[in-house]
Design a protein around this ligand. Sequence first.
Ligand code: FE2
Ligand code: FE2
Length: 163
Amino acid sequence: MFPHSIDPESLRERLVTEHQRLEGLFQAVLAAFEADDRDGVEQNWTAFDSQLEAHMRIEEELLIPRLEQHHPEAAQAILAEHRLIRARLMELDTGVDLHLVNCETARAFIDELRQHARHEDEMLYAWSDRNLPASERHALIERLAPGTADKCVHVVSSAGSTL
Ligand SMILES: [Fe+2]
Ligand SMILES: [Fe+2]
């Protein structure tokens, strides 16, 4: 079910692969920009936008509340980053619709996402692997399994890993 390099017991590793998957979706957006393929930009952007939102929702419903019980300030910092990301997604959504977003703007956004991903990996994902009981980690991994309708991810990075 998982590539050999992924520990199936590790929620952190599973979520990091989701970030990488989101990064791949965003790279498709950038490739469409570079090819000046406006339809491709819109289609890839829509897929990326909806899957990133689903990823953040899973984190907010299932993971961040657990962190908040023990480290409320760390949890609030991650939620604040999610609010900023959603605000940027809304701006970019409008820009993509109106063909106002350019490649540089898109690249700047992915840099922001990568920064969030690194923060989240260190603060939230590592904490989850160390502190959540196996049953909770497994339930979350199930939610992330391929084919699950409302899958998550947070994008992000080949260079660190993501949102
Ligand atoms: Fe994430
Ligand atoms: Fe996140």
